[in-house]
Design a protein around this ligand. Structure first.
Ligand code: GDP
Ligand code: IMO
Ligand code: MG
Length: 425
């Protein structure tokens, strides 16, 4: 068996959580491979709306194995809050959740360092979710990180050593006032540690490969999106992990040849939360309309998301670096009331046209648009593709022709059942 990968092709929040939940019945194992609680994956079904941060989106389906892989960074305090809110709505997930011993821990001081670093950057801040992601991956790559497996041996000593070092940084480089927050963060964090220790720990690379060898099917759930990838995103306005398909290999311990289908998920338009370039961003009433209709406010931070038209230059780039085999178009219903829809086909930079994503996306880029007719009807009740209005069929064909990849799933609302799996799936 192979591992199918589902990942975002834009700047995150494409709707990964919803689709992983929809596809989970087809798989035995659902695994997160990178990122951490900077992610906010929303699921809606049976009048439940739930946002997951660290826990894979397969958790609501019975008898499915959910794995937090080695590439993920875990904040035990947030982990505990997630578990608590799941148990409040009647889900006990202790049997179905497995945590990699090699996943790194976000320490309270990582969160403080994230805040201090952003404050120090002032106007050029990244717009981080302030969950401690950057500092945690920095320690991981610097070979100074603490892992879940460390919780069971001499942990206090290792923790205090790291904490003292971080405090020196906070005091010396950032002059950051940390004391009060640290006391509160640590209390929540150590409570979280006690809970985390009760979960099933695995060497997830062995666990996943054993599952594949015994005929189990696996889907890897990406977090963030390709344009936030540490290598291929709009650096430095990115997150600190590889969000692309290759991240599933390193974040779970699976060989490249074991990758099966790659589901690339995108919104029928485009959004971004946080700072950084966004060539097709709209600052006018159309942008506001997309935000209002699409309810574009961050699932993790509540910040308003920046909105704009679909960017085919960036989408094709994301398809290329991920080897996308199937496209999944989300939030199609948000475009229900537009006479025309625009798609950016090329960038004009200093008078020259290009269809290749440049080294830097900056203000010199002028998006060159094509216009296609909107469908001007309500898609939210549509249940099969033969009921699609002609203008939507044309929009789908247009994207498929431009990208050379089939759109296998079309989403027409936030609910689990507002999902049309096409015959081509
Ligand atoms: P993720 O991070 O990729 O899982 O996406 P988020 O959950 O952060 O953001 C997607 C938002 O869009 C959530 O509020 C979803 O409930 C919502 N959503 C997902 N699919 C659709 C859709 O097809 N139509 C509409 N209107 N909302 C959707
Ligand atoms: P999901 O999985 C959208 C953005 C932040 C910021 C940048 C760096 O829900 O799609 P970080 O906290 O990682 O240091 O922030 O990345 N960002 C996301 N934007 N969706 C996400 O996750 C994101 N995770 C991080 O807004 O611009
Ligand atoms: Mg999200």
């Amino acid at each position: 068996m192979k591992v199918d990968v589902l990942l975002g092709l834009q700047w995150g929040d494409e709707g990964k959580g919803k689709v992983v939940d929809v596809l989970t019945p087809r798989y035995d194992v659902i695994a997160r491979f990178q990122g951490g609680p900077n992610a906010g994956h929303t699921l809606e079904f049976n009048n439940i709306k739930h946002v997951l941060h660290t826990i894979p989106s397969g958790i609501f389906r019975e008898n499915k194995i959910n794995v937090i892989g080695n590439g993920v960074v875990i904040d035990p305090a947030i982990f505990r809050k997630e578990i608590d809110s799941l148990s409040k709505i009647g889900f006990d997930i202790s049997e179905n959740l497995y945590v990699s011993r090699k996943a790194h821990l976000i320490l309270p001081t990582h969160r403080l360092l994230d805040a201090a670093s952003e404050a120090a950057k002032g106007k050029s801040k990244i717009g981080s979710t302030l969950k401690g992601i950057g500092p945690t991956y920095r320690d991981k790559i610097g070979r100074d990180g603490l892992r879940v497996g460390d919780l069971f041996e001499n942990f206090d000593e290792k923790y205090n050593q790291r904490k003292e070092f971080h405090i020196k940084q906070l005091e010396k480089f950032y002059e950051f006032d940390y004391q009060e927050q640290l006391v509160q963060f640590e209390q929540e964090w150590f409570e979280g540690i006690e809970l985390l220790k009760q979960y099933k720990m695995v060497n997830s690379e062995q666990f996943i490969n054993d599952a594949l060898n015994s005929g189990k099917s696996v889907i890897a759930e990406g977090a963030q999106g390709t344009l936030l990838d540490i290598d291929f995103g709009t650096y430095p306005f990115v997150t600190s992990s590889n969000t692309v398909c290759a991240g599933a290999c390193t974040g779970l311990g699976i060989a490249p040849g074991k990758i099966g289908r790659v589901f690339g998920i995108f919104k029928a338009y485009c959004t971004r939360v946080g700072m950084g370039p966004f060539p097709t961003e709209l600052f006018d009433e159309t942008g506001q309309k997309l935000r209002d209709v699409g309810n574009e406010y961050g699932s993790t931070t509540g910040r308003p998301r920046r909105c704009g038209w679909i960017d085919m230059v960036a989408l094709k780039y994301s398809i290329m670096v991920n080897g996308v085999t199937d496209l999944i178009m989300m939030k199609t219903d948000v475009l229900d009331n537009f006479d025309t829809i625009k798609a950016c086909m090329a960038y004009k930079i200093n008078g020259e046209l290009t269809t290749e994503l440049p080294y830097e996306l900056n203000e010199k880029i002028e998006p060159v648009y094509t216009e296609v007719p909107g469908w001007n009807c309500d898609l939210t009740e549509v249940t099969s593709e033969d009921k699609f209005p002609d203008a939507l069929k044309d929009y789908i064909r247009f994207i498929e022709k431009e990208t050379g990849v089939n759109i296998s799933i079309v989403s027409v609302g936030p609910n689990r059942n507002q999902t049309i799996i096409r015959d081509s799936f």
